[in-house]
Design a protein around this ligand. Structure first.
Ligand code: KG4
Ligand code: ZN
Length: 339
């Protein structure tokens, strides 16, 4: 079965073809970084126009790389939310048009569900697993019971984790996109030099909060006199984030134990999961608990079409498909219906 996945919810126009055997036959990503760099962040109207300009080229290239004709595609999945409405309309309309023209099933893909299940494309892993989803728009921990059942046990009360990285990058003048820039800057920094808060880390809760940490970094920038100070502040911020993630993972594992759930693994996904330091530290914690730790490769953590195509595989395998009248949803919580 050949499944085409199309992603256009934020600043990447992406298309990929995968099979139910976990083969990634192509994975094309056109990043709009250059369009948005000048503005220090994603400009929704520019993003929508760029998606419109590139989407047919990206899909064509995905077919070419996979050495397939459009007539050989069995299912098309397109991101229909959550995300920026302009881009969602472009991707949803394009995917539905392919579905209609080729008379193949259409899957309205929830971008967050795609991040949540992406690990099953790159690894052999059974349900249930504990997921820490960390992206530009979300920060949640949940127990993934099946391709349709996501039990959310914690979420951010204010900013998402990616937003915190992006804002700190801006405060430190590191530019856009912020996450990779903060990671790079932090290398070689003293991560204990700036005392920063770890919000909600004395509470027995899996919820997150990053607004106070971000404000503390803003105040601390006033004490940055040298380049080394900025490197140290960047490292101290990354350290604080890691401490928060470690604490919240411990909390989540406690909840799973309390519920008597035997986890197959702890999984991280979403753009921030590309951060090598975060991966290493969470891996250590999981191994201390005797648990398997898994993260998709970095190019499947950040936005891509392969995870959307894989979501299509998961949904088709449980006999789901979406109506062509499905409207894109800028807000679309995990686990609500795609039909
Ligand atoms: O999942 P994603 O590509 O898009 C959304 O669904 O939002 O996540 C993008 C976020 C951005 O905030 C970006 O700064 C962050 O992921 N990010 C990182 C790294 N790479 C991307 N954050 C920390 N370290 C990284 N290496
Ligand atoms: Zn994403």
């Amino acid at each position: 079965m050949y499944v085409l996945g199309i992603e256009s919810s934020c600043d990447e126009t992406a298309a990929a073809i995968v099979t139910e055997k976990k083969e990634i036959l192509s994975n094309i990503i056109y990043s709009q970084i250059e369009e948005h760099r000048l503005f220090g962040g994603v400009v929704p109207e520019l993003a929508a126009r760029a998606h419109l300009e590139k989407i047919d080229l990206v899909v064509e290239k995905a077919l070419e790389d996979a050495d397939l004709e459009i007539s050989q595609i069995d299912v098309v999945a397109g991101t229909c939310g959550p995300g920026l409405i302009g881009g969602l309309i472009v991707g949803a309309t394009f995917s539905k048009s392919i579905s209609m023209a080729m008379n193949i099933p259409f899957i309205a893909a929830n971008h967050i569900e795609a991040h949540a299940l992406s690990i099953r494309l790159t690894e052999n892993i059974d349900f249930p697993y504990l997921l820490l989803l960390m992206s530009g728009g979300h920060c949640q921990s949940c127990i993934v019971h099946s391709a349709n059942h996501f039990e959310i046990i914690g979420k951010t009360l204010d900013d998402s984790i990616g937003e915190a990285f992006d804002k700190v990058a801006k405060l430190l003048g590191l530019g856009y996109p912020g996450g990779p820039a903060v990671e790079k800057k932090s290398a070689g920094g003293d991560d204990e030099s700036f005392p920063l808060p770890r919000p909600l880390c004395r509470k027995e809760s899996c919820d997150f909060s990053f607004a106070g940490l971000k404000t503390a970094v803003r105040i601390a920038t006033g004490k940055c006199k040298t380049e080394q100070d900025r490197i140290n502040l960047s490292a101290s911020f990354q350290r604080a984030v890691i401490d928060i993630l470690v604490y919240k993972t411990e909390q989540a594992l406690g909840i799973c134990r309390g519920k008597g759930i035997g986890l197959s693994a702890v999984v991280i996904s979403g753009g921030v999961a590309a951060n090598q330091r975060i991966r290493t530290e969470l891996q250590n914690i999981c191994h201390q608990h005797g648990l398997r730790f898994l993260a998709p490769p970095a190019n499947i953590c950040t936005d891509n079409g392969a995870m959307i195509a894989w979501l299509g595989v998961e949904k088709i395998l449980v006999n789901q498909r979406s109506d062509l009248r499905f409207s894109p949803r800028p807000r679309w919580p995990l686990g609500t219906h795609c039909s």
